[in-house]
Write a protein that binds this ligand. Structure first.
Ligand SMILES: [Mg+2]
Length: 292
């Protein structure tokens, strides 16, 4: 079990043998800023690690969390930042497109607000009840011999709630989330300018940070995400890529699959060690627009 103190400082292994750390002991630490690493599982596949986006990748966009989140962000911009109501929808979208998340864009513009307050506001009123336990996905994940890690722009509280609602909380070795890539100022090693620079997908900086934190070989890792721009960034970082929720191969995607549930049909190589690049499973194309 490795404990990573910051994005740039890898701590030595603790005394406990890595292979003996049970998942349920790891779980309480998963959503902390400290990310825990276990050894890659020896398996026949050419892949050693699977890196999953969470929102609109592990569950469908149609469940409404993305839309609700966007409306909450717009409410925050109106009521907490006093941005003129008529400007909010366009500004929300433009900041998302330019900075990766609307939150990152607001910070870059100089708006000052507490990160935890923002996340609590935009995630606190989401229709989490729409997320139901997914035993099919759970069994698929548990049958995969590779390391499995969540990589989300969301905060740890949201990640914990979503994974708990889906019944997947013990299916992953760890979660790389907002707090992982943006640690509190007291443990920052860089200068104060960092406070305004939110690190998030789809920046190459975020991709490379995640690769470093998880200590993975991108050539032996598959990245799953519903966002075309995140897929493009992941490919630039050297990862194998799967666009989820799309019937079309977007730029940078090696594989397209309509639903994460189709993963075994689309990527038997995870289980068998076969190369499945270029496979496409038919599905309606849906593009995620705005999340926090
Ligand atoms: Mg997503």
């Amino acid at each position: 079990m490795w404990n990573l103190g910051t994005r740039d400082q890898i701590q030595p292994p603790s005394g406990r043998p890595r292979e003996l750390v049970p998942v349920l002991l790891i779980w309480p630490f998963i959503l902390s800023p400290f990310f825990l690493k276990m050894d890659a599982v020896e398996c026949g596949s050419k892949y050693e690690c699977l890196l999953f986006d969470m929102d609109d990748t592990l569950y469908p966009l149609s469940l409404g969390l993305n839309l609700a989140c966007r409306l909450n962000i717009q409410d925050f911009m109106k009521h907490h930042l006093q941005i003129e109501e008529s400007q909010v929808p366009h500004m929300c979208l433009e900041l998302y497109r330019e900075h990766g998340t609307t939150m990152a864009g607001l910070k870059a513009l100089g708006f000052e607000f507490d990160n935890d307050e923002f996340h609590a506001y935009v995630h606190g009123r989401l229709p989490y009840e729409n997320l139901k336990p997914d035993p099919v996905l759970r069994n698929l994940l548990l049958s995969m011999p590779q390391r499995k890690i969540i990589f989300t722009n969301a905060d740890r509280a949201h990640a914990a709630t979503v994974l708990g609602q889906l019944g997947l909380e013990d299916c992953f070795e760890g979660v790389i989330c907002f707090e992982t890539l943006n640690p509190p100022p007291e443990i920052h090693l860089e200068d104060s300018k960092q406070k305004l620079n939110i690190v998030c997908k789809p920046s190459l900086e975020a991709m490379e940070a995640a690769i470093k934190i998880a200590n993975i070989d991108p050539k032996k890792t598959i990245f799953f995400d519903d966002s075309a721009r995140n897929i493009a960034a992941a490919k630039e970082a050297g990862l194998n890529t799967v666009i989820v929720g799309s019937s079309n191969l977007v730029p940078g995607a090696d594989v397209a699959l309509s639903s994460i549930h189709n993963i075994k049909e689309a990527l038997p190589a995870i289980w068998e060690g076969e190369d499945q690049s270029g496979r496409v499973l038919p599905s309606p194309t849906v593009e995620t627009v705005v999340t926090a």
